[in-house]
Design a protein around this ligand. Structure first.
Ligand code: RAT
Ligand code: ZN
Length: 464
């Protein structure tokens, strides 16, 4: 076995390069060659690292290891209007809209009347020209523009807009993903979203760098509003989810899986989520979704702790978070030991307890610092806690990107935040007498960046 180091044409470590094992004689796949050629093969580096070299090596390995971004809202260009990209979309991201409404006298109602480019102009002026862009979301826009060679200090967006409009779609996607060091992203695909499903039915194919996740929010959380839609599509269901409903939902899931080939099913859940409970959601989970996960060998991602629409005037920006009851996660894992659960919780206060339960149930894989947690101070705290309690047995982050170019800043920031946390942890190991080597750091970072997730979704039907 050799460790493969990947270099760009000028012999520099490529930001998306992957150290991974190739059997001797094995040649890298075509897609790997396209992204990360030419290759050089080196022997594993087993030299012990001194304490003062650890941080540098951790930084290099993080920069050179591509990630699998396991939860985004991105789509490939072939999905037309679903695929968001460019400066107007970046500026009208709902994280920025929430900040804008605090800083501007404009009412949400007046804002929603504007065209998207006018909304972007208003946000640029308010948050970037009249104020310093210090928040995580505003700094992100600055970082993206800078990484793409655009001036983040302009007063007018005309040239910036023109630059984005002149980019060829497919190449731009590859360039952004390579700059972000992302191998592929996992989308969010709701089979009851009529606009998106039309595209799948027309036969649009997402390509290798966009994989599907079957999102069940409409089915599981908005059952009343979708009973008719399911019936119209030939799946007879009842308002109380009784009778033939479970069988119909399972047929619906099967048809959706056939169409989308998802890596996992997913649902966001409120902070009030309880399991088991005497409600339609619990019934649908127990009688349809979980049996289907078991039989199809597909994991279920539970994203818990969202309080939807606490301020509906802000639309997508109007959701908040709340502390949930982690006992529901324990009950899911305990009652369904053969199902694998990816779990992300939105409240900072739930993170420690989630780690405790992940130690009890190997079928729980904690993932990401979701949404309001994706800030350096909180990512540092949560990652340190997870390393201390779970070793490398978790997925540190997903981007939740909605706009393509956000991948650049979200992953840059994640790497920047993980670097001191990992370096400190290896430093403690070295101080305790452990042997810290580059190969060991590479192996661990690959596990955290893609391996844990890919093993988890790959073990279809192999769980205990
Ligand atoms: O982070 C976000 O953009 C949120 O609006 C949600 O999409 C959340 O991530 C979700 O997947 O429900
Ligand atoms: Zn999301």
């Amino acid at each position: 076995m050799f460790t493969v180091k990947l270099f760009d044409g000028r012999g520099r470590g490529f930001p998306g390069a992957v150290p991974r094992k190739l059997a001797s004689g094995e040649t890298p796949s075509a897609s790997l060659r396209t992204c990360y050629s030419p290759l050089r093969v080196t022997a594993p580096d087993t030299n012990r690292l001194d304490g003062d070299r650890i941080a540098g090596v951790v930084g290099e390995v993080l920069d050179q290891t591509p990630v699998v971004d396991i939860h985004t809202h991105l789509f490939p260009p072939s999905f037309g209007a679903c695929a968001l990209s460019g400066v107007d979309a970046l500026l009208t991201y709902h994280y920025l809209e929430a900040e804008f409404f605090r800083a501007s006298p404009m009412t949400p109602e007046a804002y929603w009347q504007l065209q998207v480019s006018d909304r972007a102009d208003a946000i640029w002026k308010t948050l970037f020209v009249e104020r310093s862009p210090l928040s995580e979301a505003t700094r992100g826009v600055v970082a993206v523009l800078d990484a793409l060679g655009l001036d983040p200090g302009v007063r007018s967006l005309e040239e910036t807009r023109a630059w984005f409009a002149s980019q060829a779609h497919e190449e731009h996607v590859d360039r952004v993903m390579d700059l972000a060091g992302v191998r592929y992203v996992v989308m969010t695909n709701d089979p009851l979203d009529p606009d998106e499903m039309r595209l799948w039915t027309e036969g649009r194919v997402p390509g290798d760098r966009f994989r599907a996740a079957l999102r069940l929010d409409r089915v599981v959380n908005e059952w009343d509003a979708h009973v008719e839609a399911l019936r119209r599509r030939g799946f007879p269901v009842e308002p109380d989810a009784g009778g033939r409903s479970a069988t119909s939902v399972r047929r619906f899931l099967e048809a959706s899986i056939e169409k989308l080939d998802p890596l996992y099913m997913a649902v966001s859940l409120p902070d009030t989520f309880r399991y088991p409970a005497e409600d339609v959601r619990s019934r649908l989970l127990s009688e349809a979704v979980l049996p289907h996960c078991r039989e199809a060998g597909i994991p279920l991602a539970c994203m818990i702790g969202v309080r939807r629409q606490v301020n509906p005037r802000l639309r997508l920006a109007g959701d908040a978070s709340g502390r949930a009851d982690v006992k529901a996660v324990a009950a899911l894992a305990e009652r369904h030991p053969e199902i694998r659960f990816l779990v992300s919780m939105l409240s900072r206060e739930n993170q420690h307890e989630l780690c405790v339960y992940a130690r009890k149930f190997a079928n729980i894989l904690p993932f990401g610092c979701w949404w309001f947690l994706n800030n350096p101070s909180i990512v540092t705290e949560i990652t340190r806690e997870r390393l201390e309690m779970l070793g490398t047995g978790f997925v540190p982050q997903h981007s939740d990107a909605r706009i393509l170019e956000q991948l650049i800043y979200k992953w840059r920031n994640t790497r920047r935040t993980l670097r001191p946390v990992l370096a400190e942890t290896y430093g403690l190991l070295a101080a305790d007498g452990g042997r810290v080597t580059r190969s060991m750091i590479e192996r661990d970072v690959v596990r955290l960046s893609s391996g844990n997730f890919e093993d988890f979704v790959r073990s279809r039907g192999e769980a205990a």
